[in-house]
Design a protein. Structure first.
Length: 259
């Protein structure tokens, strides 16, 4: 079997611990002191940007869209896609379990028409943010799997924008975002550990199944999917078309992941 493509990170590497530590401290600070006030400030500031911009960003946290994005990496770095898929189940169980346990009301249920809402008017299941969890599962897996710190940082910043978009569309409190980051980190850690141990990228049957599943996700996103954000629909279809074309086009590869 070939050497592991995963970078060997020292136990004290900031890639391993900085994100969950910052997220936990931020959540503990915001939740009791100014969760609602900070939401109002950020939601009002975000309202100066086009609704289509936030709709497009928030769609990147949709689970189906996230799966389709994996098609870009399935050929050159299949272990990253597998780690994300392995992290998906614990992420879903953890985020939905916490939503049911806390049963936190969403901003619209408390503040009503005083906030700017884009997309569906959601009222329950606020903590943690599922879209943020999804975005940061991808970001955390790539932080742990990419050799290039620059590329990992770029993906992390994009995930932060996706998390912020959940406040911008009026769906989540700021503390929900940091809760989603913690759920994502725990789930991604499980996914990466399993992917490194099982090395499923060398199992042809499993890889064929993964490929068919992700292509099916791409076709679903392209032809008939409603994420709840109609302004994001052209963007979602563009992602699906690009991902399907890139994956199925003979000879196409992502650039190598440099240090």
């Amino acid at each position: 079997m070939k050497p592991s493509p995963w970078p060997e990170l020292p136990p004290g590497s900031p890639r391993l611990w900085l994100l969950p530590v910052v997220a936990a401290l931020a959540m503990l600070a915001i939740y009791p002191l100014g969760n609602q006030a900070l939401f109002i400030l950020l939601n009002q500031a975000a309202s100066h940007f086009p609704d289509a911009f936030w709709s497009g960003l928030t769609s990147l946290g949709d689970t189906l869209v996230a799966f389709v994005l994996l098609l870009f990496f399935l050929r050159r770095r299949p272990e990253l896609a597998l780690a994300v898929l392995l992290a998906a189940l614990p992420a879903i169980l953890l985020s939905h379990g916490l939503k049911d346990f806390f049963d936190e009301r969403r901003p619209y249920a408390i503040l009503g028409d005083n906030i700017h809402v884009i997309g569906p008017f959601l009222k329950a299941g606020s903590f943690p943010s599922g879209h943020t969890t999804t975005a940061f599962v991808l970001a955390t897996v790539f932080m742990l799997g990419l050799h290039s710190a620059r590329h990992a940082l770029a993906i992390l910043l994009l995930a932060l924008l996706v998390g912020f978009s959940r406040v911008a569309v009026g769906a989540h409190w700021p503390a929900d975002i940091f809760g989603g980051i913690l759920c994502a980190w725990a789930s991604a850690w499980i996914g990466v550990r399993l992917a490194r141990r099982w090395r499923l990228e060398y199992n042809l049957k499993i890889m064929l199944g993964v490929r068919l599943f992700l292509v099916g996700c791409g076709l679903t996103l392209l032809l008939g999917y409603d994420s709840g954000y109609p302004l994001a629909r052209p963007w979602e279809q563009a992602i699906a078309m690009a991902a399907l074309t890139a994956h199925l086009l003979p000879g196409w590869r992502l650039p190598a992941d440099g240090a």
